[in-house]
Design a protein around this ligand. Sequence first.
Ligand code: AMP
Ligand code: FE
Ligand code: FE
Ligand code: ZN
Length: 296
Amino acid sequence: MRDPVRTGWDIHCHTVFSDGTETPRTLIVRAREAGLLGVAIADHDTTSGWGQARQAARRNGLPLLLGTEITAEDDDVSVHMLAFQFDPGEMHIARMFEATRAARIARTKRMVESISHDYPITWDDVLAQVREGDNTTIGRPHIADALVAAGVYATRSQAFGGIVSGTSRYYIPTPSPAADDVVRTVKRAGGVSVIAHPGDPSRNTTLLSDDQIERLVEQGLDGLEVWHRGNPPRQRMRLLRLAQRWNLLVTGGSDWHGSGKPNRLGENLTDEETVREIRRRGVLCDTTDMESRDGQ
Ligand code: AMP
Ligand code: FE
Ligand code: FE
Ligand code: ZN
């Protein structure tokens, strides 16, 4: 017997505008081929891929959500916040992205400086891995790619298991805005906020506690990304319970990075009803709306 057809939206995808290896166009084409109902572009700390994604979505007739994965922290816990359907021109959110990208570059440069004492890479080698110039959010993945190009590692993931890992002696964290600030800023820009992979033990030694999540709910948090390969089964159960308690949206996404990570496009999904609710809450109603707004 054939498996029942299971499809939906993949609302956590990265492109060359941050640390994905494929363009927004390729994301849209692959999503269509895979039979997804729609996708969200969610590059780190930028909206600069939105224009290309919108154009490709229109050409291919694929529904699109516009998003970003925002780097944040809550006490010592690193938090990634997905934000959808906000106004990219809103001053506060635009400034926040600018500040984070500048902080990321400074920190990544310092890491490269320290790595270059022991391994044959320079800042120029890292920049050679950056595909969209100043529009790209630069980070550790680009250092990893430079180490691969220099022959130190065979793959990006191997570099993440070594020199660029969060436990390596070369590691420097990115100074990031507080998660509650991020929730409020997303709201002020008319967007919808969802904590990405909140139960992933590989990203943090301590996860966000129930109390920490509750405080973000009080600030206007909209949802939790439950369906993500980084959340182990027990964490998924916990997150579902919390979502029910506080009436939060439950989303899923692959965290696709093209060939930069093993995650497969569409491996985790968000149902259409939830996407409809995200669209209803966000200031951008749909892609057609955006086109008439900025004329692209
Ligand atoms: P950074 O934000 O600069 O500290 O870099 C961490 C980012 O690396 C995370 O957002 C991951 O998504 C990303 N990343 C990309 N490719 C990989 C990989 N192969 N293994 C681990 N992390 C990766
Ligand atoms: Fe990433
Ligand atoms: Fe993330
Ligand atoms: Zn991601």
